[in-house]
Design a protein around this ligand. Structure first.
Ligand code: ADP
Ligand code: MG
Length: 219
């Protein structure tokens, strides 16, 4: 589902990421661990098409995402990728349910229908937020905001789910519950799951754990 070859990407700041190869199959659950500043978020941005590689390629289900023009890349991202951002990236003036449905506002080709609204409410209820769907991010706790961000990544039933420290701000019970939901959704849709995590107690639940430093060193 996700395939990376001979990837190179550099920021103007001088940081460069070289990544010879990474493959994640449909239904596979892969964790990436590594120190802060190593380039893990950058990798997820390259996989999702938020950033475009300088060299090499990222293909998603056979489509080379970096080769697409901006609009097509945004459309593919909205339709096929669920992204849980490290900093959540919720919209301040939208309530929890509207935030979960945000992909339908920006994703040309995605239809905000009854089924999508039902899915948003069901996800929020599953996350214990059924009574807080009208609250804005400022009226939610850190952990609740994080669960809204996870629900938003799942609502389109994406083929690829990328999570950047998605469970970092949750207490142990909520960590396990959030991962249960991510995994259940991935099983249900056959999605590939790529999770950056510092939660070592969660690692045994993944099919594969990749040390980010080794991934880079293989160059
Ligand atoms: P990680 O997620 O593993 O902590 P990042 O991918 O966020 O690492 O960052 C990797 C490196 O790239 C860091 O040195 C960081 O300072 C730098 N960096 C991240 N984002 C940018 C940016 N937008 N512009 C310039 N440098 C950046
Ligand atoms: Mg990061």
């Amino acid at each position: 589902m996700i395939s990376i070859r001979e990837l190179r990407f550099a920021y103007g700041s001088g940081f460069a990421l070289d990544l010879p190869a990474l493959d994640v199959a449909a239904r596979e659950r892969v964790a990436v661990v590594g120190p802060s500043g190593a380039g893990k978020t950058t990798l997820l941005n390259l996989v999702s098409g938020i950033a475009v590689p300088d060299r090499g390629r990222v293909t998603l289900d056979g489509t080379e995402i970096g080769a697409l023009p901006d609009r097509a890349r945004r459309r593919l991202r909205a339709a096929s990728i669920g992204f849980v951002f490290q900093e959540f990236a919720l919209v301040d003036y939208l309530n929890a349910e509207e935030n979960v449905l945000y992909p339908y506002r920006v994703g040309a080709g995605l239809r905000l229908d009854r089924a999508a609204r039902d899915r948003a409410r069901a996800l929020l209820a599953d996350f214990g937020l059924g009574g807080k769907t009208r609250r804005r991010p400022a009226e939610l706790s850190q952990g609740e905001r994080q669960r809204v961000a996870i629900a938003r990544a799942l609502v389109t039933r994406p083929k690829v789910i990328l999570a950047d420290e998605a469970t970092g701000n949750l207490d142990p019970a909520n960590k396990a519950a959030a991962l249960d939901l991510l995994f259940a959704q991935a099983t249900d849709t056959g999605a590939a799951l790529l999770c950056v995590t510092h939660d070592h107690e969660l690692l045994p639940r993944f099919d594969r754990v990749i040390d980010f430093a080794e991934l880079r060193q293989a160059a």
